[in-house]
Design a protein around this ligand. Structure first.
Ligand code: AMP
Length: 543
């Protein structure tokens, strides 16, 4: 039809061009594997990502080919984000926390051609390279002089040596269809083999627009953003793109994720906004608390990936003056689905009532439709009480897994998230559980998240996981596995008494088990499957 708007395709290369042209001196700071802090900016990232594109051209890597990374958050990883996707190849971020056998399986499934790795991961490369026949080129993310020369490594080039000779004066990013694949990420896969979500240029750009919105992450050119969430986990929740769209300063923590390092980086780089899973913030607060430290620049932090305990939200706000934005999403959703920010009418509510809303996983953002469905298939009302299986749809929600493994996961065009949730009349969702973690006791459902949140509010509890164990009469009963805070005393009966009056009597766990540590998965989430395995011979106490 004549007279329409221009139909330019939404391409990731336009993000880096924009950031370089309009926010070229906005900084890109990286704590490096080398131990120092590296200073770059969007302009340099743009130049060097074009060099990556030309370096890939020089190896004649065709469009659509997978280029894998095994890397921490840092400027070289960012350059690969733009250089690989911008030149029509597919960036495949590998999770180094997986077992080497799983990494091998994933590389062979993705058929990666190039693998770029941080030198921290040399032991993994040594363990896997002979089993990855599709990988023709190995690139160590370091200077030429730091190139590891061990005999049991594949032939490897240094990243700096690889990109240096390429002249980019005449280089223009290629243009192609916005529905072309840009990057991919395998799901943690708690059951069966991992499956890959394949993102497109279009889905990535729309998601980047969405996360920058004021009621979402509100990323702006005034921000200094610290993505602690790894770039190998769903593209660091889209922040490498969202920061380019906004021209924000970006600060990468590299491998230094302990409380002290994260705190010092926040202070040194004037970080205003950070993002990560609850376990990372737990480490940070555990470091700061005994030393009486405060933040001088941090204003807000997005916490998601698993339920954020209310005690953490309260502590951030009351003790440190930092607003917590509770978010929910998943690999199959690029990942953002909902984020908890108040509406105008909520500003009149008491602090306590506002907190109740902030504790929820948030409300939908434009681009993500939500519905909840009963086991019978009946659509459930948005009344904040009815709970059922949560379904989503939208332009950055998966249609099918990479290589169409198995039947399409969609049901009537909607993706079943595997989460159980309520939706209130204002559109706020509350995740009560993963459907497989819900405890089914005597025909009623008990939310493991609620049990964990109460335990976490006890001053002597550092971490808590609630799982169901089988019961002859009730089918399943909840027990809570607890890691105590150092130097705190806590008896089983004290914690059980702490539940009284907070939830119905029949929802109170039947037992408390104290452990030294709770197993965590590759993305920092508690591994309840492992806990269940460890406790398979456990018998409930006879009451
Ligand atoms: P992943 O694909 O590894 O990011 O995992 C996605 C899953 O993490 C979701 O389906 C939820 O079960 C869980 N999840 C993510 N964010 C939250 C949250 N804020 N509260 C509770 N569960 C969450």
């Amino acid at each position: 039809m004549l007279g329409l708007m221009q139909g330019d395709h939404l391409l990731i290369s336009s993000l880096i061009d924009f950031a370089a042209n309009h926010h070229g001196d906005s900084e890109v700071i990286s704590k490096r594997v080398e131990g120092d802090v590296h200073r770059s900016n969007w302009s340099e990232v743009a130049i060097r990502s074009k060099k990556v594109a030309k370096a890939l051209d020089s190896w004649a890597i065709p469009g659509g080919e997978r280029v894998a990374t095994l890397a921490w958050n840092g400027y070289r990883h960012l350059e690969l984000y733009y250089g690989v996707s911008g030149s029509e190849r597919v960036l495949h971020t590998l999770n180094p926390r997986l077992h080497p056998d799983q990494i091998v399986w994933i590389i062979n499934h993705a058929q990666d051609t190039v693998l770029c790795f941080d030198t921290t991961f040399l032991p993994i490369i040594k363990a896997i390279h002979s089993r990855c026949p599709s990988v023709k080129y190995w690139v160590a993310l370091c200077d030429e002089s730091a190139l590891p020369k061990d005999a049991d490594l594949p032939i490897t080039v240094s990243y700096e040596g690889w990109i240096k000779p390429h002249n980019i004066d005449d280089y223009i990013w290629p243009t192609f269809d916005e529905n072309t694949a840009s990057s991919m990420c395998y799901t943690s896969g708690t059951t069966g083999n991992p499956k890959a979500a394949l993102y497109s240029h279009r889905s990535t750009i729309l998601h980047a627009y969405a996360i920058a919105l004021p009621d979402v992450m509100c990323v702006s050119a005034r921000d200094s953003v610290l993505p602690v969430v790894p770039m190998f986990h769903v593209n660091a929740w889209g922040l490498p793109y969202g920061c380019a769209i906004s021209g924000a300063k970006i600060v990468f923590p590299g491998p230094a994720l302990d409380g002290k390092s994260v705190y010092e980086l926040i202070e040194q780089e004037g970080v205003t906004f950070a993002a990560g899973v609850p376990t990372v913030w737990q480490m940070l607060l555990n470091y700061m608390r005994p030393l009486g430290l405060k933040f001088s620049s941090l204003q807000r932090t997005v916490i998601g990936g698993s339920a954020c305990p209310p005690a953490m939200i309260n502590s951030f706000r009351d003790d440190y003056g930092v607003e917590v934005l509770h978010a929910w999403g998943m690999t199959e959703m690029s990942p953002l689905g909902t984020l908890s920010t108040l509406k105008n009418k909520h500003l009149k509510l008491s602090k306590e009532d506002q907190l109740k809303l902030r504790l929820k996983q948030g409300r939908a953002i434009f681009g993500v439709e939500l519905k909840i469905v009963a086991e019978s298939g009946e659509l459930l009302p948005h009344n904040g009480v009815a709970f059922g299986d949560l379904y989503v749809k939208g332009p950055w929600v998966i249609e099918n897994y990479y290589k169409n493994d198995g039947p399409s996961p969609l049901v009537d065009g909607w993706f079943p998230t595997g989460d159980v949730a309520t939706i209130d009349p204002d559109g706020f969702i509350q995740i009560t559980d993963r459907s497989k973690d819900v405890i089914k006791s005597g025909g009623e459902w008990i939310s493991s998240i609620e049990i964990e949140n109460i335990a976490m509010a006890h001053p002597a509890v550092m971490m808590a996981a609630c799982i169901g164990v089988s019961h002859p009469k009730w089918d399943e009963r909840p027990i809570v596995v607890v890691v105590k805070r150092a130097d705190h005393k806590l008896e089983k009966q004290d914690l059980l008494a702490f539940y009284e009056g907070k939830i119905a009597k029949w929802q109170i766990p039947d037992d408390v088990i104290f452990v030294d540590a709770i197993p965590l998965g590759g993305t920092g989430k508690m591994l309840k499957t492992k806990l269940r395995e460890h406790l398979k011979d456990y018998n409930l106490p006879v009451i």
